[in-house]
Ligand binder design. Sequence first.
Ligand code: ACO
Length: 363
Amino acid sequence: MRIGRNDGLDGILAGETVLSHVDGEAGTLVVRGHHIEDLALHGGLEDVAALLWDGFAEGGGDVAAVRRGLGAARRQAFALVPGLLSVSERLRPIEALRVGLAMLPDDDPTPAHLRVCGALPVFLAALLCHGAGRPPVAPDPALGTAADLLRMLRGTAAPAAHVRALDTYLATIADHGFNASTFTARVIASTQAGLISAVIGGLCALKGPLHGGAPGPVLDMLDDIGSEDNIGPWLETAITEGGRLMGFGHRIYKVRDPRADVLKAVARELGPESGRLAFAGQVERQALATLKRLKPGRRLDTNVEFYTALVLEAVGIPRDAFTPLFGVGRAVGWCAHVFEQERGGRIIRPLSRYVGPVPKQAA
Ligand code: ACO
């Protein structure tokens, strides 16, 4: 049931930010004055973190300081791993990550943004190792987040091409305007509940299949389609039966999501390892044509999640870790938005229109 004419708040301006701007008609994403293509293809997560945190937090603006701070925070987080593993036995990685963040105290000498962004990769790697029956690997604070995450996952250093691919992915998805998870984090921050609570809220919003939960199902879709002959019939059936094609459509982008191009380039650079790329390209082409035919006027194009799935698969990330990994990168943006929101100082409290029954008049 639709609860109102604009239940998705389409087109509502909810606040101002200096952090990032999504232009859905032009198909551009600008992060603090830089096009995402320039940022992500020439820098990694720590570069974008330094940029986003500049002027807001200790170490902001200084890539080396951010890298040192995150490295030390990863080592600090590793002490919490045994406790996390003991309480998250039957949970999926994204659920366990939610528990892990809840274990972080509000008050600690290490700033909360470093603790959150340091803990997420350490917890995720430990959870995946544990799930595969292997002991967790301690972080190496001297490495960047992407290199250390892959090393903790594999137990050995990853090839430079994989580190570069993962770092580009994490940088690409670090911030994206007032998306659902970021807005959630800002609402929580506006109550002065603190950064850890705000980031937990962001992660919970990210978990949904309409937001950060899409890339795993993108691979499920490619698996299910299976062969070239089946692409057309599969897509047609999925859409006519009311299904959503994962990796397509976006509330803001009415043209191609620029992040999809960055990640397509990354997948291409991985060469033969991005094995499904040619098949995925065919699915993409036919999906766009089918959406245009069956959903005329809706302007549905490829979003970031489509090529994310191929990149993450190629660097050996298991499917159930795709959404948590999105959280590792997006946490950098959530923290920046929390800082900005806290500066504003006012609680976010919109109005609603009451459409329920009215009290009966007294006789
Ligand atoms: N496949 C098929 N049809 C779609 C798709 C899709 N991927 N996306 C939207 N539509 C259709 C809807 O069925 C609807 O059709 P109707 O008018 O006939 O009912 C129309 O397009 C408008 O859809 P809305 O749900 O109103 O669009 P909204 O802006 O609310 O949704 C969203 C955006 C959630 C991203 C949607 O496009 C979707 O579900 N995509 C698939 C999931 C996905 O890829 N999510 C990741 C997004 S990127 C990110 O969050 C990082």
